[in-house]
Design a protein around this ligand. Structure first.
Ligand SMILES: *Cc1c(COP(=O)(O)O)cnc(C)c1O
Length: 378
């Protein structure tokens, strides 16, 4: 008998190792920023081949973006250019700095931000470009870096989807001006909640270290030693954004299995694309998934069929998502400056996120693919 349990769109890979690591960290009973956080930073830095960078672990990806924007100098009166097709927390992070989001369009093939659209929006007020590798395709980092250099802008690379990917041979996060990762529960590598900021200068790393601990002055002698200094100065803004020791311990256990996480996710994505490529009206991600650890599998369907398709999936116990609703349509951002967003508008009506998780059973992937094919083949 086939299982009728529904297949979730996301599911973290939590196994005996993660539970054991968590138990040990809880028993250690140092819950602040401690020894596991130091180890997590060292291990991620090594994994990212970010030898000439500094990594600073924080509580969430959104916190990482907020701090990255602040360290890049975004503030009141400034503009930050970003693709409207991104997670809403990104735009809240921009707002939290006092700067304003400015929405650029995306490329129809990659669904990543269009360099032409970005450049058309650069103004006197522009301070930062937020770049994004969407789903399983890298954005044009070369073109975007050239635009930033030409106009003297900072780049905050939102690499929440691209942890562990390679771009032209280099690890994502190792070459950007500032890069940001998320380890939330649905990301391929999770700390349950966590984030990372990667910067190139020690000065920025020290500022971030202070800013994540409510602005308390840097004290290297107690850092990661499961203790805290008794007195400190505060010289700038800060937040309670540090990564906890327990979350770091779980993340370390996850990092041990990143190869398997990547392999199984790529296999599921390749299987999906091979099945769906038969149907002309469906658009699959424009990649063979090599050099990626896919976070989401985005299928593009004819807009007029999407509602009925989603009902069809649900009736077969297949969960789905939309990543994301374009942000320029939200009430809070409706007055933001923007370029022509024709492609974003259309893509926003076509995308469906299909179930994808690490070590997903083949039978689940088959059920998802069969559900898709039974709708579009008929
Ligand atoms: C998940 C995600 C974030 C935010 O990360 P959190 O850890 O959930 O705060 C930011 N940007 C993108 C593209 C994401 O997918």
């Amino acid at each position: 008998m086939t299982s009728t349990a529904s297949i979730p769109v996301f599911k973290p890979l939590i196994e005996a190792e993660e539970i054991e690591a968590t138990r040990k960290a809880v028993e250690l009973a140092w819950f602040g920023s401690g020894s596991y956080v130091g180890k997590f930073e060292a291990k991620t830095k090594e994994f990212l081949e970010a030898d000439d960078c500094h990594v600073v672990a924080v509580a969430t990806g959104t916190a990482a973006l907020h701090l990255a924007l602040l360290v890049a100098g975004a503030g009141p009166g400034d503009e930050v250019i970003a693709p409207s097709l991104n997670f809403s927390g990104v735009f809240q992070a921009i707002k939290a700095t006092g700067a304003e989001p400015v929405f650029c369009d995306i490329d129809d093939d990659t669904l990543c931000l269009s360099p032409q659209s970005v450049e058309s929006l650069v103004s006197e007020k522009t301070k930062v470009i937020i770049t994004l590798d969407y789903a399983s395709v890298a954005c044009d980092h070369e073109a975007l870096t050239a635009i930033a250099e030409k106009h003297n802008l900072r780049i905050v690379h939102d690499a929440a989807h691209s942890f562990g990917w390679r771009y032209q041979g280099r690890m994502m996060g190792s070459f950007s001006d500032i890069a940001v990762f998320s380890f939330d529960p649905v990301k391929p590598l999770t700390c349950i909640d966590g984030g990372l900021v990667v910067v190139r200068s020690e000065e920025e790393a020290i500022w971030l270290n202070e800013a994540r601990l409510v602005g308390q002055s840097w004290d290297k002698s107690t850092l990661y030693k499961n203790t805290r200094p008794k007195t400190r100065d505060i010289a700038h803004i800060g937040f309670r954004y540090h990564l906890s020791n327990v979350h770091a311990a779980l993340g370390l256990a996850q990092l041990e299995k990143i190869e398997r996480i990547g392999e199984t996710r790529r296999a599921t994505c390749r299987y999906y694309s091979s099945r769906f490529s038969e149907i002309n009206s469906l658009r699959v991600p424009q990649t063979d998934f090599a050099d990626t650890i896919p976070f989401i599998y985005t299928l593009r369907v004819p807009a007029e069929t999407r509602d009925a398709f989603r009902d069809h999936l649900e009736a077969r116990g297949v969960d789905w998502g939309i990543h994301w609703q374009p942000a320029h349509n939200f009430t809070f951002f409706k007055d933001a400056r923007k370029s022509d967003l024709t492609i974003t508008e259309r893509v926003g009506t076509e995308i469906v996120t299909l179930p994808l998780f690490s070590a997903m059973p083949e039978s689940d992937a088959e059920r998802v693919a069969d559900a898709v094919m039974s709708f579009y083949r008929s």
